[in-house]
Ligand binder design. Sequence first.
Ligand SMILES: NC(=O)c1ccc[n+]([C@@H]2O[C@H](COP(=O)([O-])OP(=O)(O)OC[C@H]3O[C@@H](n4cnc5c(N)ncnc54)[C@H](OP(=O)(O)O)[C@@H]3O)[C@@H](O)[C@H]2O)c1
Length: 234
Amino acid sequence: MMDTKTVYKGKVLVAGATGKTGQWVVKRLLHYGIAVRVFSRQSDKALRMFGEGVEIVNGKIQSTSDIARAVKGCDAVISALGSSSYSGESSPAEVDRDGVMRLVDEAVKAGVKHFGLVSSLGVTKWYHPLNLFAGVLQKKWEAEEHVREVFSKQPLSYTIVRPGGLKDGEPLQHKLHVDTGDSLWSGWINRSDVAELLVLSLWLETAKNKTFEVINETEQEQSGLEQYYALLSE
Ligand SMILES: NC(=O)c1ccc[n+]([C@@H]2O[C@H](COP(=O)([O-])OP(=O)(O)OC[C@H]3O[C@@H](n4cnc5c(N)ncnc54)[C@H](OP(=O)(O)O)[C@@H]3O)[C@@H](O)[C@H]2O)c1
């Protein structure tokens, strides 16, 4: 087993931290002893969830100045932001596209070196039925493209995870299936495993500048998820 307490020394901003996947990102960062700051539009909710051990910056993903405060002094950003309504401030255009893009732009200005993003299966398929929800996959695709454009420039890096349908439950309980491209139509994965993959991306060289899809293969306890990055083609 690697010494998990010493692998990554930077501070990580988690956007969407109070969401179901974001909470797992925070948990897994803390598991590895990594300094965490969370960005939330509900700091009281974040405080109740995470306690005093985590820095909290209150703000909205619509506000450039809120984001600038949040990213200042962070070495990496992991976004588990997600839209939840057809229109308004929680819509796909506002959150999945413009919010993520704004976060990318402020992060790079602040000297952030690595950007991890929760995206989705199917983002390149304009004809996918999920796009009936205000073009959500299309918006995620546009955000992905911006992440790749900005964070692929040396010495920066990115990792984009495209999960299947998200489920709750503990991490490391499933053998995973990973692939590059956009070939899968269905499948499930635990949010906790998506979180773990993004946390590992902070220090694994094999995770740098990768976009990949991931779903469960079989129920089978895992000692770690590092090996899945080694399976991805360049
Ligand atoms: N559900 C699925 O099966 C599925 C499949 C593939 C991919 N995904 C994607 O995976 C990601 C994570 O999903 P999830 O189920 O964990 O999401 P979730 O529980 O809905 O969490 C979304 C997070 O985004 C935050 N947020 C939304 N609008 C915001 C705004 N204007 N300013 C600041 N924060 C804002 C929410 O904050 P509050 O807590 O303040 O509301 C919440 O923390 C999403 O991008 C989702 O589209 C989902």
